[in-house]
Write a protein of this length. Sequence first.
Length: 168
Amino acid sequence: RNSIESFANSEYAQRWGAFLRHPKLHELLAKHGKKLIFMPHANATPYIEAFALPLTIEVATAEQTSIQKLFSRSVALITDYTSVAFEFAVLRRPVFYYQFDRASFYGGNHNWREGYFSDERDGFGPVSLNQDDLLMQIQGFLENGARPESKYLARMEHAMPDVDGRSC
């Protein structure tokens, strides 16, 4: 119980929870007939209650969900730093990077370091450092018919040029 409370007080849980509960997000999803499926990292799954998710969000876990089926029916991905973004590039679907903790994430408070791939320069969708920007990016995407912007589509095609329809 203490570990769940501790996790709930972390910046990670606070920021993702606030975004996932945000009224504007749910208003956009309803207006455009979309559903949000939240698939936390396996390390966060035991702490799912810390996010205090509304009932309108479906929770998917790796143990219960076929990731391939989930990806095949998704129009976009919202993530922070995951390499799953490359699967979405193969599918030609945009990625929304929510990196509110970018400075500390790459500043030594995490075990990752920046590499050759820059989300800003090479990524498959916009990078948002705050919730308001992320919501604005999602709104624009939905109002554009849930299609990727041409510059991000070009990046997907450049990074994953040989899409033959038989990848899994």
